[in-house]
Every structure is written in C-alpha cells, then in structure tokens.
Ligand binder design. Structure first.
Ligand code: IMP
Length: 192
C-alpha cells in the first residue's frame, strides 16, 4: 500500500479523502506524523494556502504530502466568502456563525448561485503540482440536513433537491469539489 500525508487535522476532510482514495492508499493525517502545529494559512488565494500547508510538511517532516484549501464563492456576494470562507464570521472558524452570516447577507436575494472550489497542492521532492475541483450549486434559504460539515447544510448542488448535508458520504464525494480535485490527484499519482 502506498503512503502519503494529507496535511489536515480536520476529521471530516480526512474521512472524505480516505473514502475517495480507497484501499490503494494509506493516507496519514498530521496527527499520524506527530505534527500538532497550526500551520498558518496566510495567503490570499486557495492555491497559496494549499501550497503553504503541503510545502511546510514536506520541508519540515520530509514526507510527500498534499493539502487542500476550499472556498465557497457566492455570485451575489461578488465571490465572497471565497478564500476567507473559514473566517467569514470571525477568527473562530465557527461553521454555525459562518452559515448565519451567509444566510443573513443573502436574505431577500433572488440570485443564490454559488460554487465550492477545492485546490489541492501536492508537494514532493520534485516540486509542487496543483489539482482543482469545482461543484456548482446554490445557497438555500435555511439549513437542511445533519451530515457533512462546514457550509454543507446550506449548499444544494446543481441538479439535486437536497443539500450536501442531506446526502450520504458517497453521494457527496461523487460530485463534490473535494471529490473531483482528489480524483485528479489520484489519476496523476497512478500515472507516475
Ligand atoms: P478550509 O479548506 O479548511 O480552509 O475550509 C474553508 C471553509 O470552507 C471552512 O469554513 C470549511 O468548514 C468550509 N468547507 C470546506 N470544505 C467544505 C465542504 O466540503 N463542505 C462544506 N463546507 C466546507
């Protein structure tokens, strides 16, 4: 089995990534390699933040590593919260507060089109590569569902009548931003 580090301590993301990568890969988290550091995400692009995390682990711990950064881009908010999605309602990374603020800012707004974009950076001794995945959809007017994490209860992907939080992990992974970006990463790794 091949081994790779995914630079996260987000249990939800780790579970999704392990389900997508399947038995072919042993995906180690930051905790698995003994890293409890809070790696700064100070860039102003998704690419920049993904690269900061992946390169930090490669350079300091010597592992081949990938990291993801995700943004929710809402048309009526000119692409906000975007790269600042985690801190939309403040520095606390509080998903409930983030969703409240988003619903508040879209109150009475008819155009609710939005998309999730994930950028993955793969950092190895050969350099850095980027893989991207996007899912189109819309922001609902209220929360629905208990699954998933982050903004999932208020995001309904295009062509579905349920939010991500009303889907099983398999359903979400099949169409999600992270699923798409991760399958592109896997295609690349298989071709090596
Ligand atoms: P980050 O990639 O961890 O910086 O995530 C940015 C923000 O988007 C955080 O508030 C996450 O909770 C949220 N987020 C990331 N991925 C997802 C997802 O798959 N569904 C819903 N929210 C997400």
């Amino acid at each position: 089995m091949k081994e790779i580090v995914f630079a996260t301590n987000n249990a939800h993301k780790l579970r999704e990534i392990r389900e997508i990568t399947g038995p072919e890969w042993r995906v180690l988290s930051l905790a698995d390699i003994g890293c409890s550091e809070d790696i700064p995400e100070t860039a102003d692009t998704l690419q920049g933040n993904a690269a900061l995390k992946a390169c930090y682990i490669r350079d300091k711990y010597g592992y081949d590593c990938f990291a993801d950064d995700t943004g929710l881009l809402v048309d009526a908010l000119n692409g906000a919260p975007g790269v600042y999605s985690a801190r939309y309602a403040g520095p606390g990374h509080d998903s409930e507060a983030n969703m409240n603020l988003l619903l508040e800012n879209l109150r009475g707004v008819a155009d609710r089109k939005a998309r999730f974009t994930t950028v993955i950076c793969l950092a190895t001794a050969s350099g850095e590569l980027f893989f991207e995945g996007t899912v189109e959809g819309e922001i609902t007017t209220e929360r629905s569902g208990e699954s998933g994490f982050g903004y999932d209860p208020v995001f309904r992907p295009e062509g579905f009548d349920r939010t991500f939080a009303e889907m099983t992990d398999d359903e979400k992974n099949a169409i999600s931003h992270r699923g798409r970006a991760t399958r592109r990463l896997l295609d690349y790794l298989r071709g090596l």
